[in-house]
Design a protein around this ligand. Structure first.
Ligand code: PLP
Length: 304
C-alpha cells in the first residue's frame, strides 16, 4: 500500500502529492508547520501543538484553513488511511498560491494545507536514549522570530548539516553573546555543577517547545531546581549532564559537546530520571482507550 499524503482536501500517494510552484511556501517560506506525535492513535500534548499552530498562524496573519476540530479529524483520517497508530505527523500551512510578489497577495488566497505521516519507532528512540548523542556547536544564523514555527528553516538546516558532517546527532546554535540558543530541531538543557536544570528563557530567539514544557513539569515534580538562564558554550562543556528535547527525540542525553565529554561521557542519573518520567507521560497515551472513529476503522486492518 502506498504512503498517502494529504494535500488541500485530497489524499494522494507520496510521490504524486505536490504543491503549486507558486505556493508561497516554496518561494518565500511563507508558511508554518507542526510535528505531532501519535501514540496508539492519540495525539501527545495535542492541544499544546494546536495552540502553538494558532499562534504561529496569527503571528504571520495566515488564516487557519479549517477549524481545530476539522483539522484533528483530517489528521486522524490520514493516520487511518496509512494504517498508522504510532506515528509522527507533519502538518504545513502556507499562505497559499499567488503570483510571485513579496507582499501579502490581495485578495488573500486560500491557505494551503499539507500533511504527511510516518511510523514512529519507540524502540529506536529508547536505544538512542540509552546511548546518548554527540552534539557540536555552530553559530546561530537564524532570523529574529524563531518563536514562530515557520518553514523558514535554512539556519536550522545548516546547523544540522554541520552536526552530521562531524558525526554528531545535533547542532547547538550559539548566539552573538556566546550563549546557546537551542538545537537545530530540539531544545537544549544542561544540569550544572550545582545540580540545577539550566534552560534559556522563552523569547523570540527560540521555539516554545512543547517537550520543554513537559520536561519542566517533570523537573518541578522531581524537585529539581530550575534556573531559567541561558548558558554559554563553556558552561555547557563543564556541565554535569546535558540533554536535548523534542517531540520526536523525546528527552535524549548529550554525552559530548564539540568532542569534549559531558560528565562521564554517558547519560547521567538526572537525565535518566527525567527520561523515565517522560516515558510515563507518553505511556498514559498508550494506555488510553482507542478513540472512535479511529478504533472502529483501524480494527478492520492490522495497525503498524
Ligand atoms: N527547537 C527547534 C528549533 C525545533 O525545531 C524543535 C522541534 O522541531 C524544538 C525546539 C522542539 O520542539 P517540540 O518539543 O515542540 O517538538
Amino acid at each position: 500500500m502506498p504512503h498517502l499524503a494529504y494535500v488541500n482536501g485530497h489524499y494522494a500517494p507520496h510521490q504524486m502529492a505536490s504543491l503549486s510552484i507558486e505556493d508561497r511556501a516554496t518561494q518565500f517560506s511563507d508558511g508554518v508547520y507542526e510535528v505531532c506525535l501519535y501514540l496508539n492513535g492519540h495525539g501527545v500534548d495535542f492541544t499544546a501543538h494546536m495552540d502553538r499552530l494558532d499562534r504561529s498562524l496569527a503571528a504571520l496573519s495566515i488564516p487557519a484553513p479549517m477549524g481545530r476540530r476539522a483539522l484533528a479529524l483530517v489528521m486522524d483520517r490520514l493516520l487511518i488511511r496509512n494504517r498508522l497508530r504510532t506515528a509522527s505527523l507533519y502538518l504545513q500551512i502556507s499562505r497559499g498560491v499567488a503570483p510571485r510578489d513579496h507582499a501579502f497577495p490581495k485578495p488573500a488566497p486560500a491557505p494551503s494545507l499539507i500533511m504527511t505521516a510516518k511510523r514512529f519507532d519507540c524502540d529506536a528512540l529508547k536505544r538512542q536514549q540509552a546511548k546518548g548523542i554527540a552534539v557540536i556547536s555552530t553559530p546561530d544564523l537564524r532570523w529574529k522570530r524563531c518563536d514562530i514555527k515557520s518553514v523558514s528553516l535554512l539556519g536550522n538546516v545548516l546547523a544540522k548539516q554541520a552536526a552530521r558532517q562531524k558525526g554528531a546527532g545535533e547542532g547547538w546554535m550559539v548566539d552573538a553573546d556566546g550563549l546557546i540558543t537551542e538545537g537545530a530541531s530540539s531544545s537544549a538543557f544542561i544540569i550544572d555543577q550545582a545540580g540545577c536544570l539550566r534552560i534559556r528563557t522563552l523569547a523570540a530567539d527560540i521555539l516554545p517547545s512543547i517537550t520543554r514544557r513537559a520536561v519542566l513539569d517533570i523537573a518541578a515534580q522531581q524537585k529539581i531546581t530550575i534556573d531559567h538562564r541561558a548558558f554559554s558554550l563553556d558552561e555547557a562543556k563543564s556541565a554535569k549532564e546535558a540533554f536535548i528535547a523534542s517531540t520526536t527525540a523525546g528527552v535524549t542525553p548529550v554525552i559530548s559537546l564539540d568532542d569534549q565529554m559531558i560528565g562521564h561521557g554517558q547519560p547521567g542519573p538526572i537525565t535518566k530520571a527525567i527520561i523515565s518520567r517522560h516515558w510515563d507521560h507518553m505511556q498514559a497515551f498508550f494506555d488510553q482507550p482507542a478513540r472512535a472513529p479511529s478504533a472502529s476503522r483501524m480494527a478492520q486492518r492490522p495497525a503498524r
